[in-house]
Design a protein around this ligand. Sequence first.
Ligand SMILES: [Fe+2]
Length: 391
Amino acid sequence: MSYFEFINSVKICAGENALDNIVYELSFLKCSRPLILSDSGVFNAGVLDKVIDILKKSDIPTDAVFTDIPADSSVLIINYIAKIYSDKSCDGIIACGGGSVIDTAKGVRLVLAQQGEDILALKGNEIIKKGTHIPFIVLPTTCGTGSECTAVAVIKNHETGIKMEYISSELLPDTAIIDVRLTETLPKKLIASSALDALVHSIEAFSSAQKNPISDVYATTAIKMIVENLPITLKNPTKETRTNLALASTLAGIAFSNAMVGLVHAIGHACGGECGIPHGNAMAILLPECMKYNLDSCKNDYSELLLYLAGAESYANTPREMRAIKAIEFIENFENEIKELCSLGLKLSDYGVTSEQFPAIAQKAINDGAIIVNRKNAGVEEIIEILKKCL
Ligand SMILES: [Fe+2]
């Protein structure tokens, strides 16, 4: 086995009444005046109120709140919020939201910890050294990004339209709280797209050139939980299925934070940057065709995945040579089942993407960091062929 590193330093509080622990967690981290970050969707759905209500029962002040984080975390908003943190004399951060809110909070914390003013100045992993500790608690409100447990932040540079990946253990939050109260107002389509994003995290981590035996455990457990809990959560959700989905997303995040993601994310980031297609939707669309492209290089991993996707009986009844193809077929059928349950668009054209945009998407994709650990090389022409099949 070649050398590998694995890190997950995040304390995870999950399950029944987990959110009630936030006051203790803040005091444990010596945070007495948190800056609370969220977005308008989470705020308007009343989810943030559940957090504020709990904080108000303690002596933690709740007046430092910013809820205008846009759909894409960006350089401009991060630098702006970092100034608010200082102006309001905060001593910690609570991020309550999906990937954009969490990644924005990670960026804000990084700027402050490194005593900087501009997140762009911290681009390049080698620049980031151990900084000042700023208490940081994450409350994920979707079940897909896994960002609460990743050493990654995706931040958009609006000047170039490129989504930049920051990767450092300095981005890992202190605590993640997984509570069903945070995801119970999530619309069906968002449940589906975010859970399929988590499925892609797991599959890409499991078939990455940087995979390791520890990340495999997280990835395969997440896959099993998503397959078992997503359809039922869209049909007849229970507290247990919702919690399982949220937890699967966290497990998938730990997996890909250590093993990285691959071609699906490289093209998906480019689709987001070039066409504005939401991340989870891009992931669902691109996954089957990218797996077909990667098949000859990832056959063993995909074969093994059939066990976690379809179960032991299906795995045992499928000839060894056919297991990888069956795994891809399973995913196509699974995604179509999800589409039926919530009218999820599974074509790029469903989101207004046109073939004229393919060269620009492909050009961005080949420069995306996620492509580095994809087992099979992909150039502009190969990516355009994949995109054509997804149109
Ligand atoms: Fe993702």
